[in-house]
Write a protein of this length. Structure first.
Length: 116
């Protein structure tokens, strides 16, 4: 069974987790990976740009994050992608441009999910 997700990760000291959540308006279910908000991908009929959702959550809030010592280089977007047979993905140029303009890294980890 494949399981894929997007994660917004912010490298910050543990004592700032609640403040970061309040600033960006996203509240992780746990902090086992540090401050990391996860959206699990389901089979979708319509395209939904999760990276844009994350960037929208950050927009206009970088200064407040900087006050906590969080630079844009401390923010990453992860795609954890479980696949069967073949791994293909596509991103809109405008999404990648927006990530790049903010200096936010996109990290992709693919793994063969196998069959269950």
């Amino acid at each position: 069974m494949e399981r894929s997700s997007y994660q917004l990760r912010i490298d910050v000291e543990e004592n700032y987790y609640d403040q970061v959540s309040s600033i960006v308006g996203l509240y992780p279910e746990s902090y086992k990976l540090g401050w990391s908000y996860e959206i699990i991908l389901e089979e979708q009929k319509e395209y939904f740009d999760i990276i844009i959702k994350f960037l929208d959550s950050l927009e206009g809030k970088y200064e407040k994050l900087h006050e906590l010592g969080i630079g844009n280089n401390n923010i990453t977007v992860w795609l954890i992608y479980g696949y069967n047979n073949q791994c293909n993905m596509e991103f809109r140029p405008s999404t990648l441009e927006r990530l790049g303009n903010k200096g936010i890294k996109l990290c992709i980890s693919c793994y063969e999910a196998g069959t269950d």
